[in-house]
Design a protein around this ligand. Structure first.
Ligand code: FAD
Length: 436
């Protein structure tokens, strides 16, 4: 079903300097390129959280699983992201209640809570060392955002009994983040942050130990659904009863017909030089992760070795810009002008996928094909869960999978090609509103 063409974003990744995550990773495991034709129960395509979590759950249930990754495990968004393990969904609960009804919104909230618990459980169960720490501060960029966040916290408490979240006024937020840019916000102690690449590699190790047959450097070039499905990777084929597409923002030409439901977005992170303990702690004294309420969101936290890891700036394009460094540095200095003298050691980009509703796009197509994508910037928790729910469905239990699969998944206007200019305009408009 179509051949995966040469992807400019892969080429960008080939030439680039290592991300700070790669440079600081605890392990550097490798898995062999596929060199045989194989017959298996399930073939998973993509070695990010969705694919790894799905493969691991399936192997634990006794399925034979082959996982094919075009480049290296965690090379996509899963090894490049902000590491924030957020609560809930990208859509707030009152909106979900209004749009989907109270009962479905409640199920979605419970599943999002389970997603965070699942990440923590995997980390504990498999001994994954990935600097997991508690706390995300949500910083209001406008006074009205602070008021809206306070309402949201009260709602979560009253309706869902979620009491891990605290409202911070401007002064209290200032004790969490040394910036004059914010008007208060929330501290969510039930959320957290981690080293995303160490987490991805830990999942891969656990999957491999559970029996998953992982192949890196193996781009899938063709996919024929059916009973069985045939997955082609160069000269070799994997024949499987089911196939899982877990390529998210990197799906491209392999798209069997659901790619228009997501929009790939490029997002960027920098790692400063080590700041020294005193200066680092002065910025974020309690070592929480921070995310702000801008349309083009900024997110940041300290690394284990005392750098500021700062994410910001977005582009909608099929190519990553050659050097996103100045863009991200500008965003950082707007929030922390006191870092003007600090140099930047690493800058990198990654591609995530968003949906129009900002809710995940998870589902099943005819011929044994399953997919999970479009976590809209919330995939550390939700892609881990998405993979698990796809595994449940393949094993024959659809109840929880269907909570997501039955969500509306409207296509982006403009289809596969014209969605780019439409989104570029929307991003430009959003960025302008952030500045006004
Ligand atoms: C810069 C950035 C910051 C982010 N920050 C956060 C955050 O702080 N918190 C949060 O929750 N989420 C964040 N996200 C989003 C999160 O990283 C993603 O939602 C999540 O990693 C998605 O996982 P995935 O497995 O679905 O996709 P990916 O991790 O992108 O994995 C897809 C894999 O498929 C492989 N692939 C593609 N095509 C083929 C093919 N033809 N054959 C074989 N393999 C193929 C790719 O090489 C890739 O490894 C961020 C994303 C980015 C890019």
């Amino acid at each position: 079903m179509g051949a995966a063409g040469r992807d400019s974003r892969y080429a960008q990744h080939d030439g680039e300097a290592p991300t700070w995550y790669e440079a600081s990773a605890r392990t550097h495991p490798t898995w062999p390129v596929l060199k045989d034709d194989l017959r298996t129960d399930v073939c998973v395509i993509g070695g990010g959280y969705t694919g790894l979590s799905c493969a691991l759950h399936l192997a634990e249930r006794g399925h034979r699983v082959v996982l094919l990754e075009a480049r290296r495990v965690g090379n996509g968004a899963s090894g490049r992201n902000g590491g924030q393990l957020g609560s809930g969904h990208r859509r707030d609960q009152p909106t979900l209640e209004r749009e989907l009804g109270g009962e479905r919104a409640r199920l979605l909230w419970l599943l999002a809570e389970e997603a965070k618990a699942l990440v923590r459980d995997r980390i504990a169960r498999h001994g994954i060392e990935c600097d997991l720490k508690p706390g995300i501060a949500i910083a209001a960029h406008r006074p009205r955002h602070a008021r809206a966040l306070a309402h949201e916290a009260a709602h979560l408490n009253a309706r869902y009994g979620y009491d891990r979240i605290e409202v911070l006024d401007r002064a209290a937020l200032r004790t969490e983040v040394a910036s004059e840019d914010f008007h208060g916000g929330l501290l969510d102690r039930g959320a957290g942050h981690l080293h995303p690449l160490d987490y991805a590699r830990g999942l891969a190790r656990a999957a491999s130990e559970a029996g998953v047959d992982i192949h890196e450097g193996t781009p899938v070039t063709g996919l024929a659904p059916g009973a069985p499905c045939t997955v082609t990777a160069g000269p070799h084929t994997v024949t499987a009863d089911a196939a899982v597409l877990a390529c998210n923002g990197y799906l491209d030409a392999l798209d069997p017909g659901f790619g228009h439901r997501v929009m790939p977005i490029n997002n960027f992170i920098l790692a400063t030089e080590p700041l020294g303990e005193e200066r680092a702690r002065a910025l974020i004294p309690n070592d929480v992760a921070v995310v702000d309420t801008r349309f083009v969101v900024n997110y940041f936290r300290l690394s284990a070795d005392g750098r500021l890891l700062f994410g910001g700036g977005e582009t909608a394009s099929s190519r990553l810009p050659a050097d996103p460094g100045p863009l991200v540095r500008r965003c950082m200095l707007r929030i922390f002008p006191q870092l003007a003298d600090v140099s930047v050691d690493h800058v990198w980009g990654g591609t995530l996928a968003i949906t129009r509703t900002r809710m995940p796009s998870i589902g099943r197509l005819a011929g044994g094909l399953y997919y999970g994508q479009g976590y809209s910037g919330h995939g550390v928790a939700l892609a881990t869960l998405g993979g698990a729910l796809i595994a449940e469905a393949i094993a024959g239990t659809f109840e929880r999978f269907d909570v997501f699969a039955r969500l509306p998944q409207p296509p982006f206007p403009g289809g596969r090609f014209l969605r780019w200019p439409t989104l570029a305009l929307a991003l430009a408009y959003g960025a302008l509103r952030d500045r006004l």
